[in-house]
Structures are given as C-alpha cells and as structure tokens.
Write a protein that binds this ligand. Structure first.
Ligand SMILES: NC(=O)c1ccc[n+]([C@@H]2O[C@H](COP(=O)([O-])OP(=O)(O)OC[C@H]3O[C@@H](n4cnc5c(N)ncnc54)[C@H](O)[C@@H]3O)[C@@H](O)[C@H]2O)c1
Length: 245
C-alpha cells in the first residue's frame, strides 16, 4: 500500500495546473507554503511546470473516473480543492453543437469537478474543515457568452458549488466559485468556431479586454484562504465589470 506523507501546511489539489491560469495558481499556492498536487492531461506542459514550480505532478485526464481516483490518492489529505481544468466549445448553439462535443464539455467542465468533490469531501467533513474553489466563468451566470455546451457546463458548475455550500457549510466546508470574464491565457476553442457564436459575442461591444491571469489567481487564493472564512456559496464575478452592463 502506498503511504502518502503530508507535510505540515495545506495540500491543494489543483486541476488544469499546466494551463494559463493553472500555472499562476500553482506558483501562488506554493509561494504561500502549500503543497500543490498539480493535475493535467498535458504531460509535457506539466513537466515544464514541475521544472519551475515545486509541485507534485500527476498526469491525468479528469474526465476519467480512474484518473480522478488516482489523483486523489496521490494527494492524500486535501485541504483545498481547486477545479480549474476546462475545455471551451466551438461556440455552437444548441441546434449546432454535436452530442460528442456536448458530452466532452460536460465531462471535463462539470462531471470532473463533481467527481473530485465527491472524492475529497468525506475526509473534509470528517475533519470539519475544507475548502472548494471552482473556476467557473461569467458564462455560468449569463446566456450569450459562449456556446450552449460551455454555457450549460459552467451554469452546472455554479449550481454544484452552491449546493455543496448549502449541504456541507454547517459541517465546516466552504465552497465557492470564481467567475472570470476574459483572461489573457490564450485558451483555445476545440476547433473552428461557429459563425453564430462569433456573431453573438460581437454584439457585446462593451466587453473589457482580457485580464492577466494573476488577477484571477488573486481571487482564487483569497477564496481558498482563511481571510474568506465568512464567504460560502458565492459565484463571484471577476470580470472587470462586464456583467455590470
Ligand atoms: N481564458 C479565459 O478567458 C477564461 C474565461 C473565463 C473562465 N475561464 C476558466 O478558467 C479556467 C482556466 O482556463 P485557462 O484560461 O487557464 O485555460 P487553458 O486552456 O490555458 O488551461 C486549461 C488546462 O486544463 C487542462 N485540461 C483540459 N482538459 C483536461 C482533462 N480532460 N484532464 C486534465 N486536464 C485537462 C488543459 O490541458 C490545460 O492545461 C477554466 O476553468 C476556464 O473555463 C477562462
């Protein structure tokens, strides 16, 4: 049997760690003294991250139940769960998106965070402490900012986040979502985008420019910290005021 030795301090289980926001988050948490278990399916990008930041790299596909189990086992005790991995659809409306693309978006963006929460919550509840931070999107709060699959998956993630807060808050768990607007990470759609989606986004002329990932990392690390002890069950826009219009 594998024995996981957890050092003093928190263990943060972070998915999508090798991506644009994930890399910044991994560095922030490790700089703060946390042990970061960094999960990503991109082995090369994860190795590159691990060469620069002191993380425990786990190559895993979060849409695979076996891989999720393996990542959670590797982490051992999890104090902070950050569900950050996601894929973007091709901006197709419901009548355009094909079922395979829908299934992938839901698997990665919604079912995977559920699987991780399902796996880590029992031990958190037993200890009476634990924090979940889900990286959603303003797309999880509005209808016209992406395709049907991405929009539905992020709405689902916001719902999951708030339900966890409602059902486990009294047991010492905090569960919050960050809803970024546009982040300057170069996140790519799965393929050539639909004209309908491009036109929908073009209608939003007041959209602020993408923000640096560090600004979103500030919000995620704040929600994961004791400074946010009084915050539970929120889906916090970090969108430079996009939704204010
Ligand atoms: N970039 C934006 O403008 C923007 C806006 C709003 C919300 N977000 C959200 O921020 C988060 C981070 O996005 P980003 O901009 O860093 O994107 P990114 O594409 O740079 O990073 C995403 C990471 O997730 C990983 N990943 C994808 N599918 C996976 C899978 N099945 N298993 C394991 N890892 C997988 C990718 O390999 C990648 O490293 C996402 O949840 C995204 O939806 C991004």
């Amino acid at each position: 049997m594998r024995v996981v030795v957890t050092p003093p301090g928190r263990t943060v289980l972070l998915t999508g760690a090798a991506g644009g926001l994930g890399r910044v988050l991994a560095a922030r948490f490790t700089d703060g003294g946390d042990r970061v278990v960094a999960v990503d399916r991109d082995a090369a990008a994860l190795a590159d991250l691990a060469s620069q930041v002191d993380v425990v790299p786990v190559v895993a596909d979060v849409s695979s139940r076996d891989d999720v189990e393996r990542a959670v086992a590797e982490a051992g005790r999890v104090d902070v769960m950050v569900n950050n991995a996601a894929v973007v659809d091709r901006l197709g409306a419901a009548h355009e998106v094909d079922p395979d693309e829908w299934d992938l978006l839901v698997a990665v963006n919604l079912t995977a965070p559920y699987l991780f929460c399902h796996a880590v919550l029992p031990a958190m509840i037993k200890r009476g402490a634990g924090t979940i931070v889900n990286v959603a999107s303003i797309t999880g709060l509005r209808g016209g900012r992406a395709g049907a699959a991405y929009t539905a998956s992020k709405h689902g993630l916001v719902g999951l986040t708030i339900n966890i807060a409602a059902t486990t808050g009294h047991l010492g768990i905090r569960s919050n979502a960050v809803c970024p607007g546009s982040i300057d990470t170069g996140m790519q759609a799965l393929g050539e985008v639909f004209d309908s989606g491009r036109e929908t986004l073009a209608r939003d002329r007041r959209k602020p420019p993408p923000v640096a990932p560090g600004l979103i990392a500030d919000v995620v690390t704040f929600l994961a910290s004791d400074a946010a002890a009084g915050i539970n069950g929120v889906a916090l826009p970090a969108d430079s005021g996009t939704l204010a219009f």
